[in-house]
Design a protein around this ligand. Structure first.
Ligand code: MN3
Length: 308
């Protein structure tokens, strides 16, 4: 089962401007072929379907723990998309009505890449790619064969790294770049982890072909602070007491990849410290959370006081 913590894995810097087309680009990292919905869906169902879990504990634990991290990546990218679609918050702007809406306040929204992101979702994220094509279950591979599944996961993480790099090359906003920088480091960890799992089972040094694509993460400015703190050497259990045995794969004398800052790989109990979730103020003229929400706010305040 799962435990939920009201934080993001990292805090995202506020967007500098409203840029729904950058939000659409970031959607590729959520609902694209190699996006976070795909990594989540694959590891989630592979971990459910895993045979001989107790006998294959280190491999089962690896897939199960990474599943939880991927759910947090879905959350992180979704927040990034919504922040870019929304733009900088205007304090207090959601405390009144939306004014006169007859002057086409959202005329520009009919011309954005993914107009549905405004019309249907008020700038929120949904599991679609950068062209608004639905993510679907065909992206999930769970064969029941451990080597096949791990090989698929290795391919998936390399694919994810490829399109994170390409999305990174298209966006300049600090919110979007932070999402890419953090996920590039974490996705590289997952590619490395699946390579080591395959090596332990088959004897093939598949980690020697990393990184794919062949560009060091150290070349990306937004990755630097995560490399400096050793994020590229850590896997988290995302559990109060389970999944520690993945240290048999991630650890056990295994070292960071040659292009990354040196050091031993380590399993960390629990989860990263994480950061604050952006408040994402409402836009009354888009009826989110509604046109004149004062009464809802008042009710919520009363209920909040009553709960304490
Ligand atoms: Mn991921």
């Amino acid at each position: 089962m799962f435990l939920r913590v009201d934080k993001l894995q990292v805090e995202l810097p506020a967007p500098t401007k409203q840029d729904p087309n950058a939000g659409a680009a970031l959607q590729e990292l959520l609902g694209g072929k190699y996006g976070e919905m795909s990594t989540l869906g694959n590891y989630l169902f592979q971990s459910f379907n895993f045979r001989s879990k107790s006998k294959l504990r280190p491999f089962y634990s690896l897939v199960a723990a990474i599943t939880a991290e991927e759910l947090g990546h879905v959350e992180l990218v979704s927040n990034g998309v919504a922040m870019l679609n929304n733009g900088p918050d205007t304090p207090g702007a959601d405390e009144g009505d939306g004014g006169d809406i007859s002057g086409t306040p959202f005329a520009t929204m009919k011309d954005i890449r993914s107009a549905a992101s405004f019309f249907s979702h008020a700038g929120g994220a949904v599991p679609v790619n950068s062209n608004s094509m639905s993510w679907n279950v065909d992206m999930v591979t769970t064969t029941g064969n451990v080597v096949m599944d791990l090989l698929h996961n290795f391919h998936l993480e390399c694919g994810a790294r490829l399109h994170k790099l390409r999305v990174y090359e298209t966006v300049s906003d600090p919110t979007a770049r932070e999402v890419c920088g953090y996920l590039l480091v974490r996705g590289s960890v997952h590619a490395h982890a699946y390579a080591l799992a395959l090596k332990k089972i088959t004897g093939v040094d598949i980690e020697k072909m990393l990184p794919v694509p062949n560009i060091p993460t150290g070349n990306i400015p937004e990755c630097q602070k995560y490399l400096a703190e050793g994020s590229h050497r850590r896997l988290y259990t995302f559990s109060p007491s389970d999944y520690k045995d993945m240290a048999g794969v991630w650890g056990n004398g295994e070292m960071a990849l040659p292009d990354d800052p040196p050091g031993e790989l380590e399993v960390v109990d629990g989860m990263p410290d994480g950061g604050k979730i952006h408040d994402l103020t409402g836009i009354p003229s888009a009826f989110a959370p509604d046109y004149a929400p004062e009464e809802m706010y008042e009710i919520a305040t009363k209920l909040w006081k009553a709960s304490r």
